[in-house]
Design a protein around this ligand. Sequence first.
Ligand code: HEC
Length: 109
Amino acid sequence: MLSVLCATSLVTLANEHKLNPATGLVDATGHNMVAAHCTACHSAKLISQNQMSRERWLETIRWMQSTQKLWPLGEAEPVILDYLTTWYGPKIQSRRAPIPAHLMPQGSD
Ligand code: HEC
């Protein structure tokens, strides 16, 4: 499934940010909403072991809503998505390095 794990960046994250002792998730804005809505059925580790874009997090939420009886999140949803994308978002930016000049198309001369 979606359990792509990058241990190195998780360790870095844990060192740089305070983790909530109860959930093991980063203690920051939105944490309490996530704790309230997202740890009732499964461990918070399912969250912290993932790194997804906002779109993928939303898909995961929709999947749980349609198949796992997750309730509608209402006004908490954007707060939860902000939190998840900030702290458990993709670590590697999709921006690629510039194409080296010698690989660029040549002029017509
Ligand atoms: C009503 C129960 C329920 C709630 C509440 C719930 N989930 Fe889940 N979630 C599940 C179930 C069931 C699974 C599948 C567990 C498994 O595969 O072992 C799951 C799986 C996941 C996965 C792993 C998906 C994958 O493809 O590997 C993630 C990430 C996740 N949930 C995040 C969340 C987040 C974020 C929230 C809060 C918005 C949340 N869950 C709230 C039931 C729930």
